[in-house]
Design a protein around this ligand. Structure first.
Ligand code: COA
Length: 157
């Protein structure tokens, strides 16, 4: 199998992506439209594809200056331990030179350690109201959002 990694959200079937995440027990409850919006609104994305099939995804929020946050890093289970996750994260990191990148993980510590991430003493978080009780999760369409083109405000390069 030949897997390529790109920075485009073109052609992604978000309902299929959600189903694939769920099959890997990595669905956090977003609707397909909200999943799409999460990626569409991120400054940088990395999508691994085997033909037309999405087999890995990752995204990076970044202010473009000093801070970034890595999210939704996933490789389809049948494709793991082949370097796909590493390639996606490394590709995203090239988009944030000089920046401090944070992340939270429950059980992928060895993966992030292999990429140079180290513990910081305290990570704190809070949910504003109830998890996913917001307009985005109810209203975002799975397909057809207008996506800014390069240089038109998305911040993606
Ligand atoms: C974590 C995840 C993205 C890794 O993807 P991947 O494509 O298998 O990663 P890679 O093949 O690039 O792994 C690189 C290295 O990370 C480490 N690693 C990856 N998965 C590991 C595991 N399950 N246990 C221990 N080490 C692991 C290893 O050092 C590995 O190198 P090696 O295969 O030469 O030993 C994938 O297992 C996944 O999608 N897990 C479920 C979702 C998840 O937990 N995402 C992270 C949430 S923040």
């Amino acid at each position: 199998m030949t897997v390529r990694i790109d920075e485009s959200l073109e052609g992604i079937d978000w309902a299929q992506a959600k189903a694939d995440l769920a099959a890997d027990d990595f669905d956090n409850g977003r609707s397909p439209g909200a999943l799409r919006a999460s990626f569409d609104r991120s400054q940088h994305v990395a999508i691994a594809r085997d033909g037309d099939r999405v087999v890995g995804m990752a995204r990076l929020l970044s202010d473009g200056v000093c801070n970034g946050y890595l999210l939704d890093v996933w490789t389809m289970s049948a494709y793991r331990r082949q370097g796909i996750g590493t390639a996606m994260v490394r590709q995203l990191m090239t988009r944030a030179p000089g920046q401090h990148i944070g992340l939270q993980t429950d059980d992928a510590e060895a993966f992030y350690t292999s990429l140079g991430y180290r513990h910081q003493p305290v990570f704190m978080s809070a949910i504003v109201g109830e998890w996913l009780v917001n307009e985005a999760n109810q209203a975002c369409p799975a397909q057809g959002l207008a996506r800014p083109r390069r240089g038109e405000g998305s911040g993606r390069q």
